[in-house]
Design a binder for this molecule. Structure first.
Ligand SMILES: NC(=O)c1ccc[n+]([C@@H]2O[C@H](COP(=O)([O-])OP(=O)(O)OC[C@H]3O[C@@H](n4cnc5c(N)ncnc54)[C@H](OP(=O)(O)O)[C@@H]3O)[C@@H](O)[C@H]2O)c1
Length: 329
């Protein structure tokens, strides 16, 4: 069936400026790490992508290795782009990354110029895109000079293969050094993608300060801690959930009694606020103005709609914030 996007999509979403750049991103972005691979169902992920664009989600996040198998999420996104979204290319921000293992031999991972540029070319071919809006170094490489990795990002932008450069999984100190190099090269970093949620708060120890001070945006990934910060694991591990899947990155052991105890208390507080736990967890991240957008995943259209509902109530009283702190302790 032909796809016509919802004409009122832009009324359903708020957009935040990404650091001090010219770009505004939707407060909710969609990632294709899980649920869009060769093992997943075409009609389901096509419906999720359509539903996302219909509520004003303009930012879709990929990486070379998303699948499984690695590369298949980019291929599948490319198919849907061609079928449904290509007329709207200029309304979209599409990102990809290189850093994790993609091919055998010494040039198939980490941060060399050789790997980053070859991988970006491969990702462009898989998606059928002419350029990515954002291209990231997916992780810092302890053995490659930072100048080389940043130089590769600068080259990708200058050659038109990407419009902006991003960093992911770099700590505060690595980020501060990388930002200086990129600025000197004339390709300022647009955005940083750290793992950040109520359950994973390393970003609060310096990284957010570095980003705020330098006018760089922040897009927390796994903001729902891969689904832990929802009501799905309150009564065990449901069939088909990420923790139940063999290829899922959430391990059964992570759904521990101590974690479920916290989830229960957080869920009660969310209910008092008239929100689902997923909505409260996303709103909690968005209360920090340095956070540009939260990068969610979804295995169903209904989850995407639930998560978008976070935007209906982003206000927290100081009492609610301290209750959350004491539950998370
Ligand atoms: N830069 C990096 O190194 C890096 C690493 C990881 C991820 N990422 C990016 O971040 C994106 C999001 O990561 P993530 O998928 O882990 O994010 P997440 O939003 O923390 O988890 C998504 C999962 O939570 C469950 N879920 C989502 N919304 C729900 C709702 N409203 N109610 C109940 N359950 C809900 C679903 O799990 P079920 O499948 O169980 O239904 C869904 O697949 C990725 O796609 C990727 O783009 C980047």
């Amino acid at each position: 069936m032909n796809y016509t996007p919802n004409p009122s999509r832009y009324e359903k979403m708020s957009y935040r400026r990404c650091g001090k750049s010219g770009i505004r991103l939707p407060e909710i972005s969609l990632g294709l790490w899980h649920n869009f691979g060769g093992v997943d169902t075409f009609e389901n992920y096509r419906a999720i992508l359509r539903a996302a664009f219909d509520v004003g989600i303009t930012h879709f996040d990929l990486a070379n290795n998303y699948g499984p198998p690695p590369g298949s999420a980019e291929e599948n996104f490319g198919i849907i782009l061609k079928k449904d979204l290509l007329p709207y290319r200029d309304e979209l921000i599409i990102s990809s990354k290189a850093g994790y293992l993609m091919w055998s031999g010494p040039y198939g991972e980490w941060g060399s110029r050789k790997y980053l540029i070859a991988s970006c070319e491969q990702s462009l071919k898989r998606t059928g895109l002419d350029y990515f809006d954002i291209f990231y170094s997916h992780r810092p490489d302890p053995e490659t000079p930072l100048e080389e990795t940043m130089g590769a990002l600068d080259y990708l932008v200058r050659s038109g293969k990407a419009l902006y450069a991003g960093l992911s999984n770099y700590n505060a100190e690595q980020t501060a050094r990388a930002l200086i190099i990129l600025k000197d090269l004339g390709t300022p970093c647009l955005i940083h993608q750290p793992k950040y949620s109520m359950f994973v708060r390393d970003s609060e120890n310096g990284l957010l300060d570095v980003l705020g001070k330098n006018g760089v945006g922040c897009i927390p990934f796994s903001p729902l801690a891969q689904g832990l910060l929802t009501d799905k694991y309150l009564h065990g591990i449901p069939e088909g959930s990420r923790a139940a899947l063999e290829h899922g990155y959430l391990k059964k052991e992570e759904v521990s009694e101590a974690v479920v105890n916290k989830i229960k208390q957080l869920n009660e507080l969310a209910q008092k606020r008239g929100q689902s736990l997923a909505q409260m967890a996303l709103a909690w991240l968005l209360k920090d103005e340095r956070v540009t957008t939260v990068l969610i995943g979804a295995s169903k259209v209904s989850q995407l709609h639930d998560s978008r509902g976070a935007l209906e109530n982003k206000h927290f009283s100081s009492d609610e914030l301290s209750q959350i702190e004491s539950i998370l302790k």
